[in-house]
Ligand binder design. Structure first.
Ligand code: WT7
Length: 652
């Protein structure tokens, strides 16, 4: 089991923060939710689906689990996801409510009401139809966080087509792999976006990905945002603004069956090839809306919500686009980085828009902790009511800082555990009900059943540690891996048969609260983003100089884990470059192959790698070395001198 990123034993934190009576009395979520879900779990989810969403055709069947692990929720019902996020709010008289407060990094801003967003999405849907898009087609989005990204997602969804958003930090190679795997027909991108005070180009990566002409992409639609020069492929490339201008703002949303695919989102697994996680419509939207409303205690008439995630990640899908918009929330979206043009930018945005519900990642919180409380204290953060955390375990120190410094010592903090695969939050406190315990994600959401079990599947019980499993299907669960049903079964269901294996280690404390302990597989978590050791290793060994490589996630104070690579050079390259030069080349190469986010923090050039007699790389040992620990028992190593070689390299 991998270590908790901040090391130390976090399991004995005794402090508890019950909700204040004022918070409790106005809270959306009431304790009866738990009772209702326990009494009749499927009935509870059916009630949520009916209460939270508009159905073009009501469903009569809640769950079909006759072909496990392929679930079907609300399968005989029909709905339109985009209609649920837009038109119905306008029809209910809420057209003038701001849906998006967009804040660009350079300081430009734009408020878009629900009526305006609906109009834009209708035009974009008509534009996509003109480009031949129909239900079931796959559309790739490779965009900065601008309103058009949200508009594009909702326009694709409106047509019953499937979007696959590729985070703008991924390389042309990664983009191409996803275009191929999804067999996409249209790519929506931008010339570039703003990041850290300059423009980063996106269009060239799309050009490079499509250069050999061997994909089925027939249109590339380009939003003008960065203002950077771009090359133009006549007949293939189209400016978004030119295309949109041609189309009417009339478009009637049609109902699609609840199991109609909504999106594919690629995420790293334990092999070299990313998995296309498939989500569908009715169950996904139900749980995204339910969790968003209850965990953030959303009062849509008065709250201003801000989730700092990019739409390239699952958090951006469920808690920037689908959950908040289905609930009619007013929210902030911000294009840039937290420190541009000054390190108080986020807090300035909270002050400017009077943000009341805020959702971010522990890495960001720890970065701000290091910079000092003087920075947030310059801003008026008194509008904040609920603070959320996601992506990695939050250590009690960061939790306390978040509550005290950002939340003025009064706001509830909710630590939310979930995954790309789960689609929506699975474990979290409810801010008006749960007495919060810093460092623990605490309790399953109403309607979710889970357990912590030993390697052989036996529940560990209170005060025990083991593997986190989900014991019953849930509405927003993945429906599979795109094009690879066998890998879906193998990855998540082969270990325990009837229970979903999440890949995380967990501890249950004496109160039954869950403490997440990090991944137990070869998946790393860097700043709340998932990276695969295998994927980075295969990228490195594709470099002409590299003979062998091993990658581990080493504990990092700020980012949770950091990528550390050990590389053996082919003999003819040994001694030709300095270790520093090799390291630079490898880092740049990984940036090209996968994307900047996967670049190793540290590259060690070594003579050999420690292996067991059966030839398995001893990653635990490499992690010890990367984290500067004394290395333990190495008697199973084939060659004990290897360890010395590596250690010397590390200490150089
Ligand atoms: C993995 C999923 C869920 C959106 C962002 C990441 C880790 C996520 C927590 C948390 C401890 C967490 C797990 C999980 N994780 N949230 N609150 N406490 N660990 O999505 O890329 O699919 O990664 O992130 O290890 O398995 P993802």
């Amino acid at each position: 089991m991998s270590d908790s990123p901040q090391g130390g034993n976090l399991l004995h934190e005794e402090r508890r923060f019950p909700p204040s009576p004022e918070f409790q009395s106005q809270a959306i979520a009431k304790p009866e939710l738990y009772q209702a879900a326990t009494k009749n779990r499927l009935g509870f989810w059916a009630d949520q689906a009916r209460g939270l969403l508009h159905w073009h055709t009501p469903f009569t069947q809640t769950l079909d689990w006759s072909n496990p692990p392929f679930a079907r929720w609300f399968a005989d019902g029909a709905l339109n996801v985009s209609y649920n996020c837009l038109d119905r709010h306008v029809e209910a008289g809420l057209g003038d409510r701001v849906a998006l407060h967009f804040e660009g990094e350079p300081g430009d801003s734009r408020a878009i009401t629900y009526a305006e967003l609906t109009t834009e999405v209708k035009k974009a849907a008509n534009m996509l139809i003109a480009h031949g898009v129909k239900a079931g087609d796959r559309i790739i989005l490779y965009m900065p966080l601008v309103p058009e990204a949200v508009i594009a997602m909702l326009a694709v969804a409106r047509l019953g087509a499937i979007h696959s958003v590729v985070f703008g930090g991924f390389s042309a190679e990664s983009l191409r792999a996803r275009i191929d795997d999804a067999d996409a027909t249209v790519v929506i991108t931008a010339d570039g976006g703003n990041r850290k005070g300059s423009v980063f180009a996106l269009k060239p990566a799309v050009d490079q990905a499509l250069a050999d002409g061997k994909t089925n992409v027939r249109s590339v639609i380009v939003v003008k945002r960065g203002g950077n020069d771009v090359e133009w492929n006549a007949g293939l490339d189209f400016w978004w603004h030119d295309e949109i201008a041609k189309h009417s703002d009339e478009h009637t949303a049609e109902g699609f069956e609840a199991e109609n695919p909504l999106f594919i989102l690629y995420t790293s697994g334990t092999t070299g090839k990313p998995k296309g996680i498939l989500h569908t419509s009715g169950g996904y939207l139900t749980q995204a809306a339910f969790t968003h409303k209850n965990i953030f205690d959303l009062h849509p008439e008065t709250d201003v919500y801000w989730c700092t995630a990019d739409v390239g990640w699952i958090t951006g899908h469920s808690y920037v686009v689908y959950g908040p918009l289905a609930n009619g929330a007013t929210q902030v979206i911000y294009e840039g980085t937290p420190d541009t043009p000054h390190p108080g930018r986020w807090w300035e945005i909270i002050e400017k828009y009077r943000v009341s519900l805020f959702y971010t990642a522990p890495t960001a919180i720890r970065t701000f902790m290091k910079l000092g409380r003087e920075i947030p204290q310059k801003f008026d953060l008194s509008s904040l009511r609920v603070l959320g955390s996601v992506g990695e375990p939050i250590n009690p120190e960061a939790w306390m800082w978040y509550r005290d410094v950002i939340g003025g010592g009064k706001t509830p903090v909710v630590d939310t555990w979930w995954q790309t695969e789960t689609g929506a939050i699975m474990i979290s406190a409810l801010p008006g009900i749960t007495a919060a315990k810093p460092g623990s994600a605490q309790v399953p959401m109403p309607g979710i059943t889970l357990d912590v079990v030993s390697e052989d599947g036996v529940p560990v019980g209170p005060d025990g540690s083991g593997l986190l499993v989900i014991t019953e299907p849930w509405p927003s669960m993945l429906r599979g891996i795109w094009g690879d049903p066998e890998r879906y079964k193998e990855t998540y269901w082969s270990k325990f048969g009837d229970r979903y294996f999440a890949g995380d280690g967990a501890h249950l404390d004496a109160d039954g609260d869950v403490w997440l302990l990090g991944r137990v597989d070869d998946v790393m978590n860097v700043s709340g983003h998932r990276l695969s050791t295998m994927e980075i290793e295969s990228a490195i060994v594709a470099h002409p100089m590299a003979a062998e490589a091993a990658v581990v996630g080493a504990a990092d104070e700020t980012t949770g884990q950091a990528v550390v690579a050990f590389v053996i050079l082919k003999s003819r390259f040994v001694g030709t470059l300095s270790d520093e030069e090799v390291s630079q080349q490898i880092r740049a190469w990984v940036g090209e192959q996968i994307g900047a986010i996967a670049k190793p923090r540290t590259v060690f050039v070594v003579g050999e790698l420690p292996k067991t007699r059966s030839g398995k790389i001893m990653r635990r040992l490499l992690r010890d070395i990367a984290e500067g620990r004394e290395i333990g028992d190495t008697t199973t190593l084939t060659d004990t001198t290897v360890v010395r070689t590596i250690n010397t390299a590390v200490n150089d």
